[in-house]
Design a protein around this ligand. Sequence first.
Ligand code: ADP
Length: 499
Amino acid sequence: GSHCDDSIVSSVKIPTIKFTKLFINGEFVDSISGKTFETIDPRTGDVIARIAEGDEEDIDLAVKAARDAFDHGPWPRLPGSERAKIMMKFADLIDQNVEELAALDTIDAGKLFSMGKAMDIPQVAATLRYYAGAADKIHGDVLKMSREFHAYTLREPIGVVGHIIPWNYPSTLLFMKISPALAAGCTMVVKPAEQTPLSALYYAHLAKLAGMPNGVLNVVTGFGPTAGAAVSTHMDIDAISFTGSPEVGRKVMKAAAESNLKVVSLELGGKSPLIIFDDADVDVAAQLALTGILFNKGEICVASSRVYVQEGIYDEVVKKLVEKAKAWVVGDPFDPEVQQGPQVDKKQFERILSYIEHGKREGATLLIGGKPLGGKGYYIEPTIFTDFKEEMLIAKDEIFGPVMALAKFKTIEEAIERANKSRYGLAAGIVTKDLNVANTVSRSIRAGTIWINCYFAFDNDCPFAGYKMSGFGSDFGLDALHKYLHVKSVVTPIYNTPW
Ligand code: ADP
């Protein structure tokens, strides 16, 4: 069972923090104001390091460097194969530093070290390589005009890009955004989340070692309302890619509209349904449902936070879920046996607990969990509510914690209707052996990714784009590369006749 006590910090060696300053134009520099902020270890609540606090002026410097690198530097003008070489070298350097990078995300975000080492960090290198492979295959089309013209399209880099990154996947989400932008030939300013600035600065150092020209990749750490807002309002940023909450996404889009109408793409979370049909294997289904909500302590935008189980196997699934939840291990994320670390910070920890209180008050049944764990640090028990209604806050809002809402359904029509009763539409899961059911539900759910008999099956080649208030614009896949390219039509008469 869960084993949290007052001393849950394991003996794994914590790396010394090497990079704490802003990375602008190829150099690590202090913020202009000289201000710094604390980054906290969620296992203990202790301060890890003080990080340079970038502000509007620092964002402006970073944008100037990126603009200059775009307008006059080699990066957008290099053959794609040359950009690819640098990206490949960057990926190799990441592979050589996997443990240290994984450890940084563990102390900064409370993420499982074993997972970071085996999956998250190697996968960001793979993401870089995927887009490096596309960098020399960017081309337009020859057009068939209706008149006597020759016309073709060019796909040009969109320009200076601002990337605003959240804290739940500091490495994965950073590379999901910068890799296609780098392949496209863009230059960029990255604003990591204030909770998790450590790995982004380390990656900036590796990019420099790999030979990335100055000004191509700038990293400005700092807070959302200051540094983040300065990215969204800047007049010289051409496009912005944001992942975070709907509240902030709305602000970013508004700021983009009110400044220079920069291109915006938003990924704003979800409340993803997992639908388990009567013919499912009970054990497999319960495992998918539990992992679907507890993976990364529920701090994952595609978490299966609403689980619908058909009435024929409902009682059996509930029994299995309780068994499995009791055996789920919460504790120090450096411990290889632990399955769930602490929530990222005090604010999220308190927010999750307040949703749990809401759930109780709204009349959902608390089946298991619901309480904090351990004397210090931000640990929360795996929590399952049953009998939820879509009108309840725990079913409407993205809780971003280890809190599942479970309900029973009778018919496929009822399942589809309830699954779609959400302002979000990021992902959905279906567990059934019946192909007709799987196909019908896949086409009926308004969500950007459908997982049939699996969950979290991400891939560099799978476009990831939300419906409804989950946002718009793809991450991953070649669709994401096109997000950072502008299409230009070039037209000329075939015969030298004036039209
Ligand atoms: P979460 O709720 O997951 O913390 P947020 O949407 O608050 O997500 O934060 C995601 C990212 O957006 C972070 O990098 C944060 O600093 C940034 N951010 C927060 N407020 C703003 C803002 N007003 N303008 C631009 N970026 C912001």
